[in-house]
Design a protein around this ligand. Structure first.
Ligand code: A2P
Length: 282
């Protein structure tokens, strides 16, 4: 899980990350310490998760040197714009108890529905603040989350530093195939949130997934994570249970055939709240 992928600015990132969305603050400290204990070196959090302080404590508890970890956080939607972005980053660092982040993401693009013609400008100003923090050494890499290609194209009109990452929802039944292709062709590493269908998509109990799990002698969670990895996409599974944390790392001792990759990629939408970044109004 820690074999390094190289971002477009040369920074390396462990190829599986530990997700902490919906991990409450009172659980996150122990969960993160456990995750590091079982081997994760890449931890993904966000200001809006409300657990940055606990995540920071879990990291401290683990006793591991900060420099041996890859830590990501994200700028929440209420903090967009140049000044508030800089302030929000400092607050995240303070809560985490760190003086730099490995990766900082804009959590959601400002969209036209909410901001009309100002959307692109808001994203550009937010990005400019992130670029400045990058040059100041507070962030080792910059990225996006939930940006679809058209948002990336708009951002690139003014960006001086290209995004290294885009973290989008990817799981069986919601593959975002065209978007993944576009991002990869532009040298942007795709990270998968909700890789197990975490938002309510019935991935883990899907009969096709169960058939494949039986065929490979793996669990449906492992099949899903492997399908993500084999596309060159970086999965961010989360679990608060150490046995599942471990299970979610055991995905390097088998390979899905091309045909089985295709079968999974063609699964219909399995439900859940698949969010459209152009429609969200938070
Ligand atoms: P729990 O934390 O109780 O283990 P996602 O990463 O797609 O957001 O999905 C996370 C959800 O899937 C959580 O509810 C988590 O529950 C559950 N989960 C994580 N790993 C596994 C696994 N290996 N098998 C079954 N469920 C899992």
């Amino acid at each position: 899980i820690n074999s390094p992928l190289r971002l477009n600015n040369g920074v390396t990132i462990p190829c599986v990350g530990y997700g902490t969305f919906r991990t409450p603050a009172d659980v996150a400290e122990q969960a993160v310490a456990d995750a590091i204990e079982v081997g994760y070196r890449h931890i993904d959090t966000a200001a809006v998760y409300g657990n940055e302080e606990a995540v920071g404590k879990g990291i401290k508890d683990s006793g591991i040197n900060r420099h041996r970890l890859f830590v990501t956080s994200k700028l929440w939607n209420t903090e967009r714009g140049y000044e508030s972005t800089k302030k929000a980053l400092d607050e995240s660092l303070e809560k985490l108890g760190m003086d730099y982040l490995d990766l900082y993401l804009i959590h959601w693009p400002a969209n036209q529905k909410q901001f009309g013609d100002r959307a692109a400008e808001i994203n550009a100003e937010t990005w400019r603040a992130m670029e400045d923090a990058y040059h100041e050494g507070k962030i080792r890499a910059l990225g996006l989350s939930n940006f679809m290609p058209h948002h990336v194209i708009d951002l690139m009109k003014t960006a001086k530093v290209a995004p290294a990452v885009d973290q989008i929802e990817v799981h069986p039944g919601w593959p975002h195939t065209q978007e993944v292709k576009y991002l990869q062709a532009h040298n942007i590493l795709v990270e998968a949130w909700g890789p197990l269908g975490g938002q309510g998509a019935k991935v883990l109990t899907n009969p096709t997934m169960e058939k494949l799990a039986a065929k490979y002698g793996k669990t449906t969670a492992q099949i899903s994570l492997r399908w993500i990895l084999q596309q060159g996409v970086l999965p961010l599974p989360k679990s608060v249970h150490p046995d599942r944390m471990v299970q979610n790392t055991q995905i390097f001792d088998f390979e899905l055939s091309d045909e089985d990759m295709k079968t999974i990629s063609e699964l219909p939408n399995l439900g859940g709240q698949c969010k459209d970044p152009d429609e969200v109004d938070f």
